[in-house]
Design a binder for this molecule. Structure first.
Ligand SMILES: CC(C)(COP(=O)(O)OP(=O)(O)OC[C@H]1O[C@@H](n2cnc3c(N)ncnc32)[C@H](O)[C@@H]1OP(=O)(O)O)[C@@H](O)C(=O)NCCC(=O)NCCS
Length: 328
């Protein structure tokens, strides 16, 4: 190669990032287990015992994924005290946007008042938020973005057969968001992510319409394969299990959450580690479940500013991702 060939300039961002603010939104309508048992063969006791859900929120017919994402995203900006004009990138992890085009991110950004941002959806199903947080942090560290709004949002009720008791009792609607920006000290650890595409048939959209899942295989996979991912996220961040103040696994099933916590405690996580159980009142909201739980736990005071939080998402794909971060 001759010596006078042009050399491309490379960008370099700040070395550290953190979550600047968190926000969430849930639809008004509360759906109890008793209400579901009016239309399908199930009951409150079975759902509480097997899944841990007490109630969940269903969006109205005319309330869209995009509407919920706008509210959660705006709440995260308000929490951070950041004006929309300062945001340059919007990522909307989701798996229930009804059409391939347009994506959710560009219209959500526009409605929040963010002008001409980089805007894209990200589909890693229930692992989506942790994937999005990892991408946001690395975009900033690479110099490609300044402030990134990550909004996990789902309207799962459109993708569930309301008479299928295996799924209709689990899935729900909502949105949760985090604003990510530069930091003087490391506030978001490296993401660890991966997939098991050979198990793709265990959760998928049957006939492009309704979610189908082999409940027991997913349960077995999640309770055996996810704790090691969480431990790997800690290792990458240079942390020990005993450093974790708050554990937020994807809220798929309370028994899965408890199994992951038990495995981490067997490796040295503290007994007083707070474990998210937001599924009890929110159901499984896929990409939204982790930021929804984080926002609710901050409001309840169970996750405090400065706490070390360990998040791990997992679901269809099969896909998984996790990272440690500091609670804003
Ligand atoms: C879906 C899930 C709740 C089903 O629970 P399960 O304990 O595996 O239930 P099974 O399908 O084995 O059924 C057990 C019994 O409960 C009954 N049952 C199943 N669903 C029921 C319901 N909604 N209400 C009442 N009874 C139910 C079954 O008929 C069966 O009865 P039987 O023993 O008399 O035959 C559970 O497998 C699960 O949570 N899996 C993980 C799913 C998940 O997290 N997916 C999302 C990943 S992102």
């Amino acid at each position: 190669m001759s010596q006078d060939r042009p050399v491309l300039q490379q960008l370099q961002g700040p070395s550290s990032t953190r979550i600047l603010g968190v926000g969430s939104y849930q639809p008004e309508r509360i759906v109890t287990n008793d209400e579901l048992s009016e239309t399908m063969d199930t009951n409150d006791k079975w759902i509480r015992d097997r899944v841990g859900i007490i109630e969940r929120r269903f969006a109205a017919k005319d309330e869209l994924l995009v509407d919920m994402a706008v509210k959660a995203g705006a709440n995260a900006l308000a929490d951070a005290g950041v004006d929309p004009s300062e945001v340059d990138t919007v990522i909307v992890p989701n798996c229930t946007m009804p059409s391939g085009i347009p994506n959710a991110a560009a219209q959500v950004a526009d409605r929040i008042g963010i002008t001409a941002p980089g805007a894209f959806d990200l589909n890693a199903a229930c692992a989506g938020f942790c994937y999005g947080l990892g991408v946001a942090s690395d975009l900033i560290r690479a110099g490609s973005a300044g402030k990134v709004l990550v909004i996990g949002a789902e309207k799962l009720t459109d993708s569930v057969d309301p008479t299928d008791r295996g799924n209709a009792i689990i899935f729900a609607d909502g949105a949760g968001a985090a604003l990510v920006g530069a930091s003087d000290t490391p506030g978001i650890g490296p993401v660890t992510w991966g997939s098991a595409g050979d198990l793709v048939d265990s959760i998928y959209m049957r006939d492009h319409k309704y979610i189908y899942q082999e409940g027991q295989s997913v349960f077995r996979w999640a309770t055996t394969q996810i704790a090691p991912i969480a431990l790997r996220a800690l290792e990458l961040a240079g942390l020990e299990p005993s450093d974790v103040d708050v554990l937020i696994p994807h809220q798929a099933n309370l028994r899965i959450v408890e199994a992951i916590a038990k495995k981490l405690r067997a490796k040295g996580a503290r007994e007083d580690m707070v474990v998210a159980d937001d599924i009890r009142y929110s159901g499984n909201t896929s990409s939204a479940s982790i930021p929804l739980a984080l926002d609710h736990m901050r409001q309840a005071g169970t996750a405090k500013s400065g706490d070390v939080v360990l998040a791990v998402g997992f679901g269809a794909g099969l896909s998984y991702a996790g990272q440690a971060f500091i609670c804003p």
